[in-house]
Design a binder for this molecule. Structure first.
Ligand SMILES: Nc1ncnc2c1ncn2[C@@H]1O[C@H](COP(=O)(O)OP(=O)(O)OP(=O)(O)O)[C@@H](O)[C@H]1O
Length: 242
């Protein structure tokens, strides 16, 4: 569970971006974050991933106040979190399977890293995750031959094999056509519900937020102006956000 109270952030010299943001996000939630360009979506994610400092506010993760986390604690916490970008950083020449397995790098025995070998168990686990994102039949394809949506799903599988408990997805489907975007969002929603992780997903498309978000947030003027359970937004709610 994540609880944030009154988080505020101003960029120097005097540009307030986030103003007293408060929320609670529970396991199994897919939070769809809507906001116009420059509203602070990425900044909010960067603060929540402890990549950006904020001025005021309390941040509680899994029952611990991590507002003042030190370097070691931050490194440990970041293992629980995964970041999905619009263009996932994958090795294009390597297969989908190898890219997913690369998520296990820090979990492998040193001699396996040196010898470049993989245990049968890791192999099976990676195949399971590829199955979860509907890519079992593409496991041995080099990633460069996969579509943008399929590459994004490989990135999701890699995040999951790392044991991510929270996924921050910053506009993960903005470069995709509507059908591919829906498939990626469907994966995120299913995985979120089945594995009880929290997914924060910033989106520009209201329809995707309405269709896949179990919760919808709207960010405008540095504030969370909308925080509702996933459903069709009213005209008034849309006007508040955009
Ligand atoms: N490092 C920085 N220094 C100063 N200002 C910044 C910095 N990063 C972001 N900003 C400013 O903060 C505001 C919010 O930026 P942010 O990238 O969080 O918005 P966003 O909602 O993610 O936008 P988009 O949808 O276009 O990606 C913008 O006005 C931006 O120029």
């Amino acid at each position: 569970m994540i609880i944030v109270r009154n988080l505020s952030k101003t960029f120097p010299p005097n540009q307030p971006v986030l103003s007293r943001i408060s929320f609670q996000a529970d396991e199994g939630e897919l939070v769809a974050l809507l906001g116009s360009s420059g509203s602070g979506k990425t900044t909010l994610f960067r603060c929540l991933m402890l990549k950006e400092k904020w001025d005021d506010g309390q941040y509680i993760y899994a029952g611990h106040d991590i507002s003042g986390a030190g370097v070691i604690e931050k490194l440990k916490l970041r293992r629980d979190w995964a970041f999905l970008e619009e263009k996932p950083k994958l090795n294009p020449k390597k297969s989908a399977l190898k890219n997913v397995l690369s998520g296990l790098f820090f979990h492998k025995a040193w001699w396996r890293i040196l010898s470049g070998t993989t245990s049968n168990e890791d192999h099976m686990t990676a195949m399971d995750y590829l199955d979860k994102v509907g890519l079992l039949d593409k496991a041995h394809e080099p990633v460069e031959r996969l579509s943008g949506g399929e590459q994004q799903r490989v990135a999701v599988a890699r995040a999951l094999i790392r044991g991510a408990k929270v996924i921050f997805a910053d506009e993960p489907v903005s470069g995709l056509d509507p059908a591919a975007a829906a498939l990626v969002m469907e994966d995120l929603k299913t995985i979120c519900q089945r594995t009880k992780i929290i997914v924060f997903c910033s989106l520009h498309q209201v329809e995707l937020a309405e269709r896949f978000g179990s919760r919808i947030w709207g960010l405008a003027g540095g504030k969370l102006v909308v925080d509702i359970a996933g459903r069709r937004l009213t005209h008034v709610e849309k006007e508040k956000i955009f």
